[in-house]
Design a protein around this ligand. Sequence first.
Ligand SMILES: Cc1cc2nc3c(=O)[nH]c(=O)nc-3n(C[C@H](O)[C@H](O)[C@H](O)COP(=O)(O)OP(=O)(O)OC[C@H]3O[C@@H](n4cnc5c(N)ncnc54)[C@H](O)[C@@H]3O)c2cc1C
Length: 284
Amino acid sequence: MRDFEFESPKSISDLCDALSTHGEDAKIMAGGTAMMLAMRQRLLSPVRILSIAHIPEMQGIGQDEAGHLHIGAFTTHTAIAESVLVQKTHPMLAKVAGGLANWQVRNQGTLGGNLCYADPSTDPPGCLMALDAKLVLQSSSGLRTLRMQEFCVDYFETAIQSNEVLVSVVIPPLPLGAKWTYARHLKTPADHRPMANLSIVSWLNENGSKKFRIVVGAGTPLPLRLIDLENTLSVEKIPRGEIANLVHNTSEALPTLSDARADSAYRQRIFGVLLERHLPEHLV
Ligand SMILES: Cc1cc2nc3c(=O)[nH]c(=O)nc-3n(C[C@H](O)[C@H](O)[C@H](O)COP(=O)(O)OP(=O)(O)OC[C@H]3O[C@@H](n4cnc5c(N)ncnc54)[C@H](O)[C@@H]3O)c2cc1C
């Protein structure tokens, strides 16, 4: 690992000033679980590390009057999993945070670090897309808010600029009576990272029609909402016997990853199995 300067700003505005001053030389560090590995492998060699561990505005979980959940980017997976508020308002996210990686990573790794690293083999991005979350970014020029679909750009790539920091994640309340599913596939029980995952939120809207947010992730370069499938399910009552066919056609068209863990066709098949297994509970 190469030598680096280390700075620990105490406020978001100090952090943004440091990002503007040092430009591409500076790199934000949260829990360091992803970054230290990348630095040891020399995939990253920052000249200056800006730790966000001592910025109170980026920590903790709260709820506003409209029921939106606000999670500071420097909130660990364990804190999210153990939050009584998250368990009550968004149990899907609590389940995801409590089931990813291992104890060490959950205790040290943060939600913001997970999202900004944009490793596809992760759990929160797809879940947050299905929950319709928004991300609040700040730079010395001000704030901007992006939906998950806008934030996730490509494989290991997000819309965040080098002078910006992810401050928080904002999640709207679940629609009344919403059902949710989060399912992940590991190649072996010893694996930590998902090879494929599926997030579904469904609910009845005011006119009695069914609405869906269906997202696949981990096996695709970035989480993807299956809009065509959502629309089909919203307008048609699909007989049980036809679900397998519909799911097969959907999963065969997915732009899945091919790597040392599994090839693209295998991942498409896994998505098909996950969808076939979990969609029916949302169709009743
Ligand atoms: C053994 C292992 C198993 C894992 N298994 C899983 C798994 O099963 N599921 C899963 O979802 N994840 C898994 N992960 C990934 C883990 O969730 C992430 O490593 C962790 O959440 C990253 O958070 P961090 O705070 O440590 O980020 P860091 O390592 O500190 O930072 C990661 C990146 O994000 C940037 N960054 C961090 N915070 C911000 C911010 N607020 N604004 C802008 N940029 C920022 C950093 O500059 C860096 O590029 C695993 C990791 C390991 C090491």
